[in-house]
Design a protein around this ligand. Structure first.
Ligand code: NA7
Length: 537
């Protein structure tokens, strides 16, 4: 390392969110020279960008946090069951300061291209400010939900309504007081922002194409007894979480929903509904496996919507009917359905009458025009591949990643790609992170990559590359597992259906976080089975 020039690094990390920060921490511990590029002006990634009002995590805060530092997890105090975006951002800033990470991060810098040089086994990286550096290892910590998707409506440039995407929210915030506001989209982001804007705006129009299933968060200040119990048993808790399907210890009822009587089901769903949060999906063992079991849980939620929303036609419009519960990510809300009882809120169905254009006054659907002062796009992300394709990544033989993945992403374990040596993707396509607590998956990938790089350095190996055979097998396995689930039945970002022209492939791995970890560990224990390793020179 000592002989390298200033523009060469042992490792280059793209992104300084949860993944990039921890990756930087681990590689620095190894004594590597590391540069991190971050597009935002601060650390935080997802939690830097998504600063719309109401933004909050849907995994409880004591789980949605790093486990790598005992002191950190003991000393940090979360204030609410579900942390708000500002609180998570404070936490990540604290982590960056506490471990002295900022000095190796260059902010407000985007990576434009990365090209693998086969003669030197190095990545040549160019940034949008024209600088170029090289690195032995290139680690994409670019996030699964970071490339914002704005539908390409006509008139986006000329509309006089101000518009915002939830994940590109102005730092100074937006005051909607006295305004006529439109929100487009009713996924997790829409469901969080809608109740808050409804309280502020003069009138809110909610443009809904597909209704979501949402369960109440039942957010509350953290109970001090719960906090001290968790902190007393944190290590044990984290160990258990790593072995679960979703990275969270939840009580999974082993019983099938179909073996329970209607009364028993009603009681069980009601209990989880009162508890709040995504554990609703594990009320019975087969809610996410059997279409018939799933329908019993879906119908319970519809009954809650009918009980909450006074106008039966609006309740009906808010009730999903076309896809199984959980196959589009379940939402967690505070007073979402109640919001539709307000006089200043109008639900507009844009499935039957799609939005056609933004107009000088607001927006136009096929059947009507809406005068709006502001428009909020809660329209989601080009998940998993969007952020990677925004960088011109070229592997061996100058082959482009975008071309290689034209029919859908191909990875080995979601962490490596044949033809792209020394490149790692943290929580890449084919890995399970988004099916649960992403932090558990992020730490697992970072640890795995750190161990892999250690292994290579100890043996003077300069290059690691997934073999095509291993990659083909993994892609086939991911597909086989996906085909055994209900996920392909919905048009969701999980399956690429929210982006016109994107191949329909289940992007995350549905085999569970615990089982996946075992597979990754076995690969490492078998001296990186499925990879080819090359010595220097
Ligand atoms: P999502 O879950 O992808 O939701 C996007 C929403 O925007 C969804 O309701 C879409 O309807 C809607 N949408 C997208 N394009 C349009 C157009 N052209 N017209 C009308 N409506 C549209 O994104 P989120 O940001 O809410 O959440 C993403 C993840 O972040 C979430 O799952 C959590 O994991 C955190 P559609 O369903 O496609 O009909």
């Amino acid at each position: 390392t000592g002989t390298e020039t200033a523009s060469h690094f042992d490792a280059l990390i793209v992104g300084a969110g949860f993944s990039g920060l921890y990756m930087l921490y681990r590689l620095r511990q190894l004594g590597l020279s590391v540069r991190t590029y971050e597009a935002g002006s601060e650390v935080g990634g997802t939690w830097f960008w998504n600063r719309y009002p109401g933004a909050r995590c849907d995994i409880d805060s004591m789980n949605y946090s790093y486990s790598f530092s005992h002191e950190l997890e003991q000393e940090w105090k979360w204030t609410e069951r579900y942390a708000t975006q500002p609180e998570i951002l404070r936490y990540l800033n604290h982590v960056a300061d506490r471990f002295g990470l900022r000095q190796d991060i260059q902010f407000s810098t985007r990576v434009a291209s990365a090209v693998f040089n086969e003669a030197t086994n190095r990545w040549m990286i160019q940034t949008d400010d024209g600088a170029s550096v090289s690195a032995r290892f290139l680690i994409m910590a670019t996030g699964c939900l970071s490339a914002a998707k704005v539908p390409d409506f006509q008139g986006l440039e000329t509309s006089q309504a101000r518009w915002y995407h939830t994940s590109r929210w102005p730092q100074e915030g937006v005051d909607f007081t006295g305004q006529r506001v439109g929100v487009i989209g009713t996924g997790s982001s829409g469901i969080q922002v809608i109740p808050i804007i409804a309280e502020q705006a003069d009138h809110l129009f909610v443009f809904q194409r597909t209704p979501s299933f949402s369960v109440p968060a039942r957010n509350a200040p953290i109970d001090p007894t719960y906090e001290s119990q968790m902190k007393a048993t944190y290590a044990e808790y984290r160990r258990k979480a790593r072995e679960t399907r979703a990275g969270v210890v939840m009580e999974v009822n082993p019983k099938s929903a179909l073996d329970a009587s209607p009364e028993e089901r009603e009681l069980a769903y009601k209990a989880r509904w009162e508890l709040g949060g995504t554990s609703f999906l594990t009320t019975f063992s087969d809610v996410m496996r059997s279409r018939a079991a799933n329908e019993t849980a879906a119908e319970f939620i519809r009954s809650r919507i009918r009980a909450t929303v006074r106008d039966p036609a609006i309740a009906d419009a808010l009730s999903p009917k076309d896809y199984p519960l959980g196959t589009k990510r379940i939402c967690v809300d505070t007073h979402y359905y109640e919001t539709f009882n307000r006089d200043n809120v109008t639900l507009v169905d844009v499935k039957s009458s799609p939005i056609e254009a933004l107009t000088p006054k607001g927006l136009r659907t096929r059947s009507a025009e809406y005068e709006l002062d502001s428009i909020v796009f809660a329209t989601g992300f080009d998940a998993f591949t969007g952020a990677l394709f925004n960088i011109d990544i070229r592997g061996r033989g100058n082959a482009s990643l975008k071309q290689k993945w034209a029919d859908g992403p191909r990875t080995y374990l979601g962490v490596a790609i044949a033809g792209f040596p020394n490149l790692f993707t943290i929580t890449g396509p084919g890995s399970p992170s988004v099916f649960g607590n992403a932090i558990v998956s992020i730490e697992q990938h970072v640890d795995w990559i750190t161990n892999c790089i250690t292994y290579l350095r100890e043996r003077c190996l300069e290059r690691i590359e997934a073999t095509t055979e291993a990659e083909d097998k993994w892609v086939a396995h991911v597909k086989e597992v996906a085909d055994g689930t209900l996920y392909p039945m919905a048009n969701s970002w999980y399956i690429g259906a929210n982006i016109p022209g994107k191949p329909r492939v289940l992007l995350p791995y549905a085999g569970g976080v615990g089982a996946y970890r075992k597979t990754c560990e076995a690969v490492a224990a078998q001296h990186y089975e499925g990879f080819s390793l090359t010595r220097a020179g």
